[in-house]
Design a protein around this ligand. Structure first.
Ligand code: CTP
Length: 406
């Protein structure tokens, strides 16, 4: 995810400008904060209204924002605001201005003020792309540290076939994502994630379970893997699938199976994120055959399941451990007690009192409780953004405590 990252999208005059709408949408989906700067000729191809709506920010085009009030658009602020400036599409004309520093429009002036990494995605007709002026400009700009996303080959707006198509927005967004994930402290770390519900068998067809969908575990696994971690996800039954094929998924049903796996692998892990909704109790006896209905009442004797997180906390060495809690009363007080009792570094608290939070659903509202008695509360968010917040917090804590953890 790109939460917390500020991406400036520059759009110049090319038929490929329509693709910038998709790029902005992809970046927003990944959680980035996006602002757009356009040249005047880009506005002939795509409306600033489209891009301001998608980016949720006003679009910068002119040096003068409001002539009557004498308000200027500040290209220096905008250039310094960005963590990454991607100009997509960049036309042959704009490329030449970027190289020569011809700041006759707001976009180029912003580029000259930017201190962040700058990327360009050229789009032009094949002969323009092949022209020595273009190839010289591309060489010069790349030699000066600007990353060039090569255009692809295919049918061009002219009707000709060849190299000059702007790379697809999804690919560009993915490259930006990978760029930001590259220097994550999670890179190469072994991360254990527990997720999903557990099913505690009563007989071969019935079980005691809960409404956990397993989505949070899956999203956490994808988020950690995207930042370069080696992830093992031990999950109860879920319909969701991990995106990253490199995540090792170990499927279990009962809490005791999850316990067995965790006991075996915990010592090899650097980080544990225990998001599973483990059933606290299981039937004392499992019937071998399907139980037939007979008497009007039936009693199932239950025994306590092992507390897997508590075990991991008690057996923690130089590892970072995150637990979850779903509380219905005295949330923070109970949360801090759990943090201490289970020897956690971080507790993710969600309250059933909050509308849209907790099991099932697409959203969650969480607070982070840490060992220094601090509480960080977040608004209601899409679960993928919550997963990104959790992994951001782990990263930040690992950076702050780099001497005593891992
Ligand atoms: N957990 C676990 N094994 C269990 C129970 C819980 O690993 N047998 C983990 C969950 O994955 C979660 C955290 O512990 O990270 C939740 O702890 P807790 O709130 O103690 O679970 P509850 O069953 O809700 O406990 P209580 O009823 O005491 O509030």
């Amino acid at each position: 995810m790109l939460s917390g990252k500020k991406i400036l999208v520059g759009v110049t005059g090319s038929i490929a400008a329509y693709k910038s709408a998709y790029l902005v949408r992809e970046l927003i989906k990944l959680g980035a904060e996006v602002k757009v700067v356009m040249t005047h000729s880009a506005c002939d191809f795509i409306s600033p209204l489209t891009l301001s709506t998608l980016s949720k920010n006003p679009v910068a085009i002119d040096f003068v924002k409001d002539e009557e009030k004498g308000i200027w658009e500040n290209h220096v602020d905008l250039g310094l605001w960005a963590d990454l400036f991607i100009i997509a599409p960049v036309s042959a004309n704009s490329l030449s201005k970027l190289v020569s520093g011809n700041a006759d429009n707001f976009l180029i002036a912003t580029y000259l003020s930017a201190k962040c990494p700058v990327w360009i995605a050229p789009a032009m007709d094949l002969d323009m792309f092949k022209h020595f002026s273009t190839s010289d400009n591309l060489k010069t700009i790349a030699a000066n540290g600007v990353s060039v996303i090569e255009p692809t080959s295919g049918e061009l707006a002219s009707g000709l076939e060849g190299k000059g198509r702007m790379e697809e927005p999804e690919v560009i967004a993915q490259l930006i994502h990978e760029f930001f994930m590259e220097d994550s402290v999670l890179k190469g770390k072994n991360v254990l994630i527990t997720g999903g519900p557990t099913y505690e068998a009563i007989d071969p067809v019935r079980f005691i379970g809960n409404h956990s969908s397993g989505k949070t575990g899956i999203l956490l696994a994808d988020e950690c893997a995207a930042r370069g971690a080696k992830v093992t996800l031990v999950t109860g039954p879920t319909n969701f699938k991990v995106k990253d094929p490199n995540i090792e998924v170990i499927q279990i049903k009962a809490a005791t199976e999850m316990m067995d796996v965790v006991e075996k692998i915990w010592s090899q892990m650097d980080i544990g994120i225990f998001s599973a909704a483990v059933a606290d109790y299981r039937p004392k006896n499992q019937a071998e055959e399907k139980i037939k209905k007979s008497s009007d009442e039936m009693t199932i004797e239950l025994v306590k399941n092992p507390d897997i997180l508590l075990w991991a906390g008690n057996n923690k060495k130089n590892q970072y451990l995150v637990g979850f809690a779903l509380e219905t009363e005295n949330e923070t007080e109970n949360g801090f007690k759990k943090l201490a009792k289970k020897n956690l570094d971080l507790l993710v608290l969600n309250s059933l009192k909050d509308k849209g939070a907790g099991f099932g659903g697409e959203t969650n509202k969480v607070s982070f409780l840490s060992t220094d008695n601090k509480i960080k509360s977040f608004e209601l968010k899409d679960k993928s953004h919550v997963a990104a917040d959790i992994v951001d917090e782990i990263e930040n804590n690992l950076i702050d405590n780099s001497t005593d953890k891992l």
